[in-house]
Every structure is written in C-alpha cells, then in structure tokens.
Design a protein around this ligand. Structure first.
Ligand SMILES: [Zn+2]
Length: 218
C-alpha cells in the first residue's frame, strides 16, 4: 500500500506516519529527515536546503523530486511506502504519480490531517526539543510537558525551541502551506484518493490511528 500524509506544519504527519508504518509494515519516508541528514552532513544538497529553510520558504521542486525519486527506487520500498513531507504542490503530485507509474505501482490514498491554524500555532510554539542530539526527545508545554520545566525527562539535558517553531516562522509556513496545498488537495479530491481526518489538538496517537485506519478501511 502506498500512502502520502498531508497536512500543514505541526499537524502531526511525522507521528501518524511512523505509527502507520509500524502497523502496515511499510517504509516511512520523510523528506524532512532526508533533508536534515543532508544538512547535518553538510553536503552540497544540505547547504542549499539550509538556505531555503532559514528563509522559511519551500525547497524548489526539482531538488525535492530528485531526492524522492532516488529514495523510492530503493529495495525496501517494494512492499509500499508512507511519504511524509512530499508532495507539497500539485506539480510534485503529478511527478509522484509518474514515478509510481514507471515502476508499475500506484498511490492508494492521500491522508489529510486537517487542524485549524490557531491550534497549530498553539501546538508548535509550545514545542520543546532536547538539546542532546543523541536523545532528541520532543515535548510540548501544552500537550506533553516535561516533569521539570525545560529539562529532558529522558536524559536531563536542557530543552530548546527549534528555529522553525517560533510563531513568526510558523505563520509564514502556514501561509505557504495553504497557498500551495489548495490545488494539491483538489488534485487528490477529484479522483477520490483524498481522505481527510480532523485530529483535535489533544487527540491521543491511538485515537488518531483508529480514525486513519477507519478511513483507509483497514
Ligand atoms: Zn534528552
């Protein structure tokens, strides 16, 4: 089964994709993870991506398309994939359909996590991340606070706010999402591949997973 996970920044695509990939025993491909790895390793690709991220704008299609195409050709994708972070535009969606078609596969469903902007802003500006790179635990002052303020439960390191998560950057990212996703959602809606769920800001992972499985009829 090949699935994509859609939704604005902070909608919980990463968590939902990880859980679903465990359930369905298929690979979870996050373009964000691929990008972060490239940035960490200071590759040529990584430097370009860092520049776009700093400005709060999307990485251009031609870069992302190549990264995704190469990843989808790996043998571990044979049984199916969950893509998270791609496609973000209708043009990328068309590219993705072509990539699948070329390998005799198809995209079965596009799951949209739909959450009001004000909830997203609340959720993201509350996010705190462990400064210990080996740990990287994620907290939220609203929905998942650490036991001691600003201290990681797991390893005791200090927590910090990721640059991407400050309110101004979040607003830019939300605007960008709404602007680019309109045609994208319509693209999947018109042939009934779009499946929308409406998670609450404090929905448990379990209840979200139940909704997603219901909507996928699995
Ligand atoms: Zn930690």
């Amino acid at each position: 089964m090949n699935i994509i996970m859609l939704g604005g920044p902070g909608a919980g695509k990463g968590t939902a994709s990880t859980e679903l990939s465990k359930d369905l025993k298929i690979v979870h491909i996050s373009t964000g993870d691929i990008f972060r790895e490239a940035i960490k390793n200071e590759t040529e690709l990584g430097k370009k991506i860092q520049d776009y991220m700093n400005r709060g704008v999307l990485v251009p299609d031609e870069i992302v398309n190549d990264v995704v195409k190469e990843r989808l050709q790996a043998p571990d994708c044979a049984n199916g994939v969950i893509l998270d972070g791609f496609p973000r535009t209708k043009q990328q969606a068309e590219v993705l359909d072509r990539i699948f078609e070329e390998s005799g596969k198809k995209l079965d469903a596009a799951i949209e996590l739909s959450i009001p902007d004000e909830d997203i802003i609340k959720r993201l500006s509350g996010r705190r991340i462990c400064s210990n790179k080996e740990c990287g635990a994620i907290y939220n002052v609203v929905t998942r606070p650490p036991k001691v303020e600003n201290v990681c439960d797991v390893c005791g390191s200090a927590l910090y706010i990721r640059k991407d998560d400050n309110a101004e950057t979040v607003k830019v990212r939300l605007e960008e999402y709404h602007r680019t996703s309109k045609d994208l959602l319509e693209y999947y809606r018109k042939d009934n591949r779009l499946k929308t769920v409406y998670p609450k800001i404090d929905s448990s992972v379990e209840s979200l997973m139940n909704e997603i499985k219901k909507i996928l009829e699995i």
